[in-house]
Design a protein. Structure first.
Lengths: 231, 187
């Protein structure tokens, strides 16, 4: 028998009213409790069935062929990255200065010297591209300093985060079971943001970076939609 | 939806996960009228509804392997993917506006634009069951439930829109959802 409090939690879960942490905890309970799983599944079925009250309408006949063509097309080509590269290089230099704590303390000549040597070799630059059409114009550059375990992220063409939600940066480390949080990235009405970040714990290898939409304040593990990914 | 129908959809999704175009087309043919109708209701714009449908099916194509039939029905999985895409798009569109001002009226409970031929028989039956279930709940519960589903409003915004206390609105939505759940028990 599922008690009333647990029913309430299941309802809030189906309605999307739980925080990411609450959802994750509830999903663990569901996984271990068949009765609760059935109850939650029935609620979800009932809620989803409201779609049927909207009325059925056939989309235009050629829409599926467009969808199929996109489904079978290779992911974004390297052309996008190439077109992005000059900006990325400039961003690397500008952002790298900040990461290295060199801004205002070194001359350009010194930077050039550092470039020739190995300082910038410690920097890893990632270009993140949109994974969903809704954010097709969005992009990000991440500059990561593995030695310092810190970096900077620059988000572009991203709408301001919804009330109650934040964009959150993740570092994908192959040695970790889940992505490592690098914190939330507030994006205001300017549709862009540059934020310095540090992961919640040491990252051995930053194989990829990703941005997802999470509940306000962020999540300990990704719960929301991944909108940008890159390496 | 009966067990055989569910099993068929699950099998289609499994084939989609393997890159089977024919299975993808079959799934689209079966569900797109419901999904497009829902997207139209949420977006109130044919072009944006098409974008939502496209985004949703591309997500299904790429994430089909993540579908777990132990966690819910294929219908709920697909519907909620497209519904969430629509709500995301709606909220982006309405950013900068006052969200609750968009829903100036809620005139009809059920759309009259049904293309009966567009629905699979099993979905037609289910549609009838949902409508029957909703006809048994109070108009206030129906309104709160549908605003929750189609408008993208938070519970607080629905309460403001209806001029009702937040607790009352939540209770209405919950009671309505529990009634819908009774219809689909055991599915």
């Amino acid at each position: 028998m599922i008690d009333e409090a647990k029913q309430e939690t299941a309802i809030d879960y189906v309605l999307g009213e739980l925080t990411s942490a609450e959802s994750a905890a509830f999903e663990k309970e569901v996984a271990a409790n068949q009765e609760l799983r059935d109850f939650t599944s029935e609620l979800a079925n009932g809620y989803a069935s409201l779609a049927l009250t909207a009325g059925a309408v056939r989309p235009r006949p050629d829409l599926f062929s467009q969808i199929l063509a996109k489904a079978n097309s290779p992911k974004r080509s390297n052309l996008i990255l190439v077109s992005f590269l000059p900006w990325a290089v400039a961003a690397c230099l500008a952002i790298g200065l900040l990461v290295l704590g060199l801004k205002d303390s070194r001359t350009e000549a010194e930077l050039a010297e550092f470039s020739r040597r190995d300082v910038l070799a410690h920097l890893q630059i990632a270009s993140l591209q949109a994974q969903v059409n809704t954010y097709a114009k969005a992009s990000a550059i991440v500059v990561w300093n593995a030695q310092r375990q810190s970096g900077l992220v620059r988000l572009e063409e991203l709408p301001a985060s919804e009330p109650g939600h934040d964009y959150q940066l993740w570092i994908i480390d192959p040695s970790e079971k889940t992505p490592v949080s690098a914190g939330v990235v507030p994006v205001g009405n300017g549709n862009a943001a540059t934020v310095e970040f540090q992961p919640v714990h040491r990252v051995a290898t930053a194989a990829k970076f990703a941005v997802s939409i999470e509940k306000a304040g962020g999540s300990s593990a990704p719960q929301g939609q991944i909108i940008l990914v890159g390496d | 939806m009966d067990e055989a129908e569910e099993q068929y959809n699950v099998e289609l999704i499994r084939r989609v996960a393997k890159g089977d175009d024919a299975a993808f087309a079959s799934l689209y043919d079966r569900l797109s009228p419901v999904l497009y109708g829902m997207a139209l209701r949420i977006m109130n714009d044919a072009g944006e509804a098409e974008d939502v449908l496209q985004d949703g099916f591309l997500y299904i194509w790429r994430q089909a392997s993540a579908f777990d039939p132990d966690r819910g029905s294929s219908f709920a999985w697909v519907v909620m993917i497209v519904r969430n895409k629509a709500i995301d798009k709606l909220r982006v569109r309405q950013r900068g506006e006052r969200l609750h001002e968009r829903v100036t009226s809620f005139p009809e409970l059920f759309s009259d634009r049904d293309e009966q031929s567009a629905l699979e028989p099993v979905l037609r039956e289910r549609q009838s069951e949902v409508r029957s279930a909703l006809s048994e709940v109070s108009p206030e519960q129906r309104q709160a439930l549908e605003l929750s589903y189609f408008s993208g409003l938070t519970h607080e915004q629905i309460a403001a829109r209806l001029g009702a206390p937040l607790g009352t609105v939540k209770a209405r939505i919950r009671r309505g959802l529990l009634r819908l759940r009774e219809v689909f028990r055991g599915i």
